[in-house]
Design a protein around this ligand. Structure first.
Ligand SMILES: *[C@@H]1O[C@H](CO)[C@@H](O)[C@H](O)[C@H]1NC(C)=O
Ligand SMILES: *[C@@H]1O[C@H](CO)[C@@H](O)[C@H](O)[C@H]1NC(C)=O
Ligand SMILES: *[C@@H]1O[C@H](CO)[C@@H](O)[C@H](O)[C@H]1NC(C)=O
Ligand SMILES: *[C@@H]1O[C@H](CO)[C@@H](O)[C@H](O)[C@H]1NC(C)=O
Ligand SMILES: *[C@@H]1O[C@H](CO)[C@@H](O)[C@H](O)[C@H]1NC(C)=O
Ligand SMILES: *[C@@H]1O[C@H](CO)[C@@H](O)[C@H](O)[C@H]1NC(C)=O
Ligand SMILES: *[C@@H]1O[C@H](CO)[C@@H](O)[C@H](O)[C@H]1NC(C)=O
Ligand SMILES: *[C@@H]1O[C@H](CO)[C@@H](O)[C@H](O)[C@H]1NC(C)=O
Length: 460
């Protein structure tokens, strides 16, 4: 039976349907306000911080979402704090990021071994790196090097996994042979994850070891043609055939993962090689993952699944990382800033038009090119719009961008204060889901045709 209050709620929802989240992409206050609304919507999906949550599940998202996506989300929330100065979710984010470090402080928690591959671990390490780079607070005002220690320890678990048994190297997708399909598959998101971690650690610490690894990983990926001559970055390749055949699926998080690492290495070395790679990857991103239709110029889309409506929960979130790394790249390689702004501006403008869903009338959809909510909401959809909108804060001409700090620089003052993580009591420990690991359910191959170059990079 419908009560009067449900009817009123329905009417209220209907009344809000017409109003998207307001956004002026060149006004800092407007961007922050829209980001705040989007972050609130994102955090409304997060439930695993209740006192009844088993300790092993704190910081994770509820099934069917995989472990990795929570790490990706916290990375977005660290950026949210760093870019906006809003401390509302600092304690929640801190608690989540510290709850999953595992017994060896390297983001290998045994409760999630059943779905924990190199790419999954990489997304948590990348979140810890953002926390280190932006001096994200620790409980009790702790100013130790915890975030950096976590990232370095995570990186150092990957080093011995470098797999010379075929293909002259590369990380296998999976870490544990028990997990299906992944020991012989060498994918770009795992290797690209290690590449970006190495590049960021090189930038942060100045330690040559990381620079050497970044060079080596790029060389290997190029060698087996995971990165092709047009800077497309394909999904993966199998060691059964010594990595001679590449699975040419295109996912937006692969070239954008490589782009940010390359932009950092350009910044670090100022070499023409990394400059060319930065430019090439930006063009590859722009050509493959923007402008799905003539009426949707420069609007981001997930090429391999979105138009056909076959994206899974992982894939809903990929546009978040596309935007995140485009904008961070523009900070490190200012010569691409105008091109990146053009893409992020159009995408953010379109994306907020979809945010009229859910009971709040503020949840976002998946397809940004249709001009409204498409009925599909969730963590990945919400994170994608949040990260695209907040990315605009790195791309304002008159604002000091949130530049990642290096180890020797003084701490950023003031933006966030340390907040206690809070205690959560474990009442019972549930078994980890014994599900196959994360991404990339096989899909039909979509070949990217370079028909146009929408990005023009400034002369240097
Ligand atoms: C859990 O996280 C949400 C979102 O940040 C927050 O509103 C809530 O207070 C948190 N609950 C606990 C017990 O920390
Ligand atoms: C600060 O971090 C260090 C290193 O992780 C840890 O040993 C120490 O207990 C922490 N202190 C507080 C007050 O949390
Ligand atoms: C296997 O692939 C690697 C990388 O492309 C190459 O260096 C090596 O020569 C190949 N080995 C064989 C036996 O084909
Ligand atoms: C290396 O790859 C082989 C398949 O080529 C696989 O059997 C083995 O488990 C992998 N080892 C590691 C450490 O990834
Ligand atoms: C550089 O980083 C590597 C890997 O973490 C570490 O083993 C080495 O001690 C570091 N070197 C210096 C000089 O800190
Ligand atoms: C490196 O990044 C900093 C911070 O954004 C920027 O000021 C500097 O111009 C960049 N260096 C190069 C060579 O582009
Ligand atoms: C941002 O994108 C919107 C929608 O495409 C466009 O109307 C507006 O002119 C763009 N703003 C700038 C500063 O380019
Ligand atoms: C743009 O064109 C596509 C394909 O025809 C269509 O699905 C979409 O709804 C259009 N978008 C708008 C905003 O009209």
């Amino acid at each position: 039976m419908k009560t009067a209050s449900t009817i009123l709620a329905v009417l209220a929802t209907a009344g809000q349907l017409a109003t998207a989240i307001p956004l002026d992409t060149q006004d800092v206050d407007s961007i922050k306000s829209a980001s705040g609304t989007l972050a609130y919507g994102l955090m409304s999906f997060y439930q695993n911080n209740k006192t009844s949550t088993p300790l092993t599940e704190i910081g994770t998202l509820e099934e069917p979402l995989y472990w990795w996506e929570a790490g990706a989300m916290w990375g977005g929330m660290v950026d949210y704090w760093a870019y906006t100065g809003d401390t509302s979710y600092v304690d929640t984010t801190q608690q989540g990021l510290l709850a999953q470090i595992g017994p060896h402080n390297n983001y290998m928690p045994p409760a999630y071994f059943a779905s924990l591959g190199n790419d999954d671990q990489a997304f948590w390490i990348l979140a810890a790196l953002s926390a280190a780079e932006y001096q994200f607070p620790l409980p009790g005002g702790n100013t130790s090097t915890t975030w950096l220690d976590l990232a370095e320890a995570g990186f150092n678990t990957m080093v011995p996994r470098w797999n010379m048994s075929a293909c002259n190297g590369g990380l296998s997708w999976q870490i544990f042979p028990e997990n299906p399909n992944g020991m012989s598959y060498k994918n770009s998101i795992s290797n690209g994850g290690m590449f970006q971690i190495a590049a960021r650690l090189a930038h942060y610490t100045g330690n040559q070891t990381y620079l050497d690894w970044a060079d080596k990983i790029w060389g290997w990926m190029e060698g087996v043609k995971l990165i092709d001559d047009d800077y497309n970055v394909w999904d993966g390749t199998g060691s059964e055939k010594n990595c001679s055949e590449v699975n040419q699926q295109a996912w937006s998080y692969n070239p954008s993962m490589m782009l940010y690492g390359s932009a950092i290495l350009f910044n670090q070395t100022t070499s023409a090689i990394w400059r060319d790679r930065t430019t090439g990857l930006l063009e590859a991103c722009a050509n493959a993952f923007f402008s799905p239709f003539p009426n949707a110029t420069d609007i981001a889309f997930e090429r391999t699944c979105e138009k056909r409506g076959t994206c899974n929960n992982d894939q809903y979130s990929f546009k978040a990382y596309l935007s995140r790394w485009l904008a961070k790249s523009a900070v490190m390689a200012p010569f691409i800033q105008d091109s990146v702004f053009q893409l992020v501006n159009s995408s953010a403008t379109a994306a907020v038009q979809t945010c009229t869903g859910g009971e709040s009338g503020e949840l976002c959809g998946q397809k940004w090119y249709i001009g409204g909510f498409d009925g599909s909401s969730g963590v990945g959809q919400q994170l994608s719009v949040l990260e695209t909108v907040q990315a605009l804060l790195l791309l304002q001409d008159d604002v000091q961008p949130a530049e990642p700090v290096v180890a020797s620089k003084p701490q950023r003052g003031g933006a966030g204060r340390a907040v206690d993580g809070g205690d959560a009591e474990a009442t019972k420990v549930r078994q980890a889901p014994a599900s196959p690991s994360t991404t990339q359910a096989p899909q039909e191959v979509v070949t990217v045709v370079k028909t146009k170059t929408v990005v023009t990079t400034a002369e240097c």
